[in-house]
Design a protein around this ligand. Structure first.
Ligand SMILES: Nc1ncnc2c1ncn2[C@@H]1O[C@H](COP(=O)(O)OP(=O)(O)OP(=O)(O)O)[C@@H](O)[C@H]1O
Ligand SMILES: [Mg+2]
Length: 472
């Protein structure tokens, strides 16, 4: 559908304006200069003839009327102009000159009042001009004949020249009309083609806005409209991915929340049974407590993730002693390590100071240490290290467990990803949160793993003002 004042009308009007304007400019420049040039050429030719005739006239000494008439007749033939010789009384009376001889049989008083001849009589020299006599245009040159003081006038009609100018004017007018018509049709057609392409992109944008990401935005043009369509299509793919990720996230989160909730509901029902002995009741309470803990951790993780997604997580920038962090975390996990039959060791460089958020660094260290303890069998040794690495510092969590198979290694940082058949089950949010948090602190979390050795490394920028390493 075309919108009033839409691109079609605008482009057609713009083209019309350009074509009309340039033709008008051409008309304004070409027509007057053509007319001027043609008239001047005629005047030049008349002047040359008049000067040559004046010389010839000087050769005639005592000029009889008959000789004069022969002279003007011959001169008119040679110069193809009306030739008149005027007698000049000094000064010309009432601006009328007396015609002594006239090559034209027409004669008349008009010629005796000829302004060019009169001007030549007054200035005593040559005068040239374009004049109008009896509604017709003439090119005229008059020159004073020095031997007698008479004035010789050559007058030639400008009919041919003006006819040529009129023809050019007409042709230009036809060309203007034709060009305007072509411009209007062409402008409209080109704009219509563009408007159609833009219309398709607009429809695609509307579809995307309504959440339908399946149909690609196609435009095969190489121009800006084609590029716009390309950008729209990239946006569509991105939005489709985001939409899918969002749906997956909601589905996964609901699933993760439902499992402990179902189990809690079940245990609460069992606990309500009055015949339950104390021992079983205590066991149920412990399990219920574990489910509540799991739910609390899950809710905290989900909150962290959604805060990070909308950029509403606060990250402090402070000096963080990594030696302190690893020893605190090792202490926290000491009981768990003992209970699960793991050996937990700590090593720390004293100058491993990071520029980061202490609580968040602890949170990452906890996630990595927890993983090394719960996803490996008992008897595994877990080593926690705080290291200084030039301008960076690192917390390394290393275990000698069975490792993570290469096909899973690249995916353990995805949200909700867990290695199937793994040693323990979590919700698969620990590592993605750790990696995101590290990124917010300009750090990284990386992993290398092979059977018997899994190393997770949190690397962070070192605090600038680090106390010098004591000499060994
Ligand atoms: N040290 C490790 N050794 C073997 N497998 C590991 C180790 N660390 C992580 N994994 C695997 O990577 C998966 C993802 O870890 P992640 O911390 O993201 O989730 P989770 O521990 O399962 O759950 P959550 O941390 O949210 O409670 C784990 O399920 C586990 O299979
Ligand atoms: Mg974990």
């Amino acid at each position: 559908m075309s919108i009033p004042g839409g691109i079609r009308v605008k482009l057609a009007l713009a083209l019309l304006g350009i074509v009309g304007g340039s033709l008008l400019a051409a008309y304004a420049i070409v027509v007057p200069s053509l007319e001027r040039n043609l008239v001047n050429a005629k005047l030049d030719q008349l002047q040359r003839d008049a000067e040559a005739l004046a010389v010839n006239y000087a050769g005639l000494d005592a000029v009889s009327q008959r000789r004069l008439e022969e002279f003007v007749g011959a001169s008119a033939f040679v110069s193809n102009a009306r030739v008149v010789v005027f007698a000049v009384k000094d000064p010309p009376r009432n601006d009328v000159l007396l015609s002594l001889a006239d090559s034209s049989a027409v004669g008349g008083v008009e010629i005796e009042r000829d302004p060019v001849a009169l001007a030549a009589a007054k200035v005593v020299g040559t005068v040239r001009a374009r004049t109008t006599r009896e509604g017709r245009e003439y090119a005229e040159v008059a020159t004073t004949l020095l031997s007698t003081g008479n004035v010789l006038l050559l007058s030639s009609s400008l009919e041919d020249q003006l006819a040529t100018v009129a023809l050019v004017k007409r042709r230009l007018l036809y060309a203007t009309i034709a060009a305007l018509l072509i411009a209007a049709v062409l402008g409209f057609a080109v704009a219509a083609a563009h408007a159609r392409r833009l219309g398709r992109i607009q429809k695609a944008a509307d579809r995307i806005a309504e959440g339908a990401f399946d149909r690609p935005v196609i435009d095969n043009g190489n121009d800006e409209v084609g590029q716009l369509a390309g950008s729209f299509d990239r946006m569509r793919t991105q939005l489709a991915q985001l939409d899918l990720a969002r749906k997956e996230f909601v589905a996964n989160a609901s699933h993760e929340l439902r499992t402990p909730l179902f189990s809690l509901a079940g245990f609460l029902e069992l606990l309500a049974d009055e015949d339950l002995d104390d021992e079983t009741r205590r066991e149920f309470l412990v399990t219920t407590r574990a489910q509540v803990d799991r739910l609390t951790k899950l809710a905290t993780d989900l909150l962290d993730l959604s805060r990070m997604d909308v950029g509403r997580i606060r990250i402090e920038r402070e000096e963080v002693g990594l030696a302190e962090v690893v020893s605190v975390v090792a202490e926290e996990f000491g009981a768990l390590a003992d209970a699960s039959g793991h050996t937990l060791t700590v090593e720390a460089d004293d100058d491993a100071w990071a520029f980061a958020d202490e609580e968040r660094v602890q949170q990452i260290a906890r996630a990595l240490t927890g993983n090394a303890l719960v996803h490996t069998p008992s008897g595994t040794t877990v080593r926690l290290r705080a290291e200084r690495r030039d301008a960076r510092v690192a917390i390394v969590v290393e275990d000698d467990g069975p490792g993570i198979a290469p096909e899973h290694l690249g995916r353990v940082f995805q949200r909700f990803y867990r290695v199937e058949g793994g040693h323990a089950s979590g919700s698969g949010l620990g590592l993605p949160i750790a990696r995101e948090l590290a990124g917010r602190m300009h750090g990284t979390v990386t992993v290398t793993s092979r059977p018997g050795e899994t190393i997770f490394t949190l690397e962070l920028p070192a605090e600038v003002e680090i106390p010098a390493r004591p000499a060994a």
